[in-house]
Design a protein around this ligand. Structure first.
Ligand code: MN
Length: 246
């Protein structure tokens, strides 16, 4: 088998006067660049058919976007949080649960790492500047590829291995972050103000990696270390598919 099928959570937006569904093309470029076949799954499918939508998929990417509804982790909404999007939350929570049940490799990006944490019982800062002021601006205006803050990664972690480095600068545009880490997740990356920037599943669990920055935006640079994250996902998807075939 080659070219594993990688499911990605999509978005619903209105533009040109119609409701449409899709995804930032950077995610698709990132998967194509490492030999995967990206398949965008729309929240319009609904949570009841999330598992069906994953049939034939070999991996899952939980993508970036608006804030996860704080009701899922038992907090009242901050006035600075995005309006809740129940449709997207419910669909992605169902995708995540189904992917875990099938032991598919999972990569969570920005909102994706936050959704993983909430799904597994953790909580979030709803607005970093007001709830956790620090020396690092995690949402600095600029190009989406600007490497605006440093992170350090645990040696030997999935993220460090995939990126080929344990110290790097990353792009950053998020105003939320992990507060209480969920049981079952291991922190493996931190910014200089000690916010969690990378997590992985516990040892012996199926491959699961989350990052708080946006590796997909680096897709045009073949030498960017971020390509290694997508390569690792596709390699895991290949071996997961092979073990099902055999
Ligand atoms: Mn950051």
């Amino acid at each position: 088998m080659s070219a594993p099928r990688i499911a990605l959570g999509g978005v619903v937006r209105t533009w040109d006067g119609a409701e449409r569904t899709g995804l930032n093309a950077a995610y698709l470029h990132s998967i194509c660049a490492v030999g995967g076949v990206p398949v965008v799954l729309s929240p319009l499918i609904g949570p009841a058919y999330a598992a069906r939508a994953l049939d034939g998929m070999d991996g899952l990417v939980l993508t970036g976007g608006g804030d996860v509804d704080p009701a899922w982790y038992g907090s009242d909404p901050s006035p600075r949080a995005d309006p809740p999007n129940r449709e997207r939350d419910l669909f992605e929570l169902a995708l995540f649960a189904a992917a875990r049940q099938r032991e598919l490799p999972i990569l969570g990006i920005c909102r994706g790492i936050q959704l993983m944490n909430v799904a597994l019982g953790g909580t979030l800062y709803q607005d970093l500047p007001s709830e956790r002021p620090g020396v690092v601006d995690h949402n600095r205006p600029g190009a989406r590829t600007d490497r605006s803050h440093a992170i350090r990664l645990a040696l030997g972690s999935l993220a460090a291995e995939a990126l080929g480095n344990s110290d790097l600068r990353v792009n950053s545009f998020h105003h939320q972050g992990i507060r209480d880490l969920a049981p079952g997740l291991v922190p493996t990356g931190w910014s200089e103000d000690d916010l969690i920037e990378a997590v992985e599943g516990a040892k012996g669990q199926p491959w699961m990696l989350g990052v708080q920055w946006h590796p997909e935006e680096m897709h045009a640079d073949a030498r960017a270390p971020e390509r290694g994250l997508f390569r690792a996902l596709v390699e895991q998807a290949l071996s997961a598919a092979a073990s099902v075939d055999s």
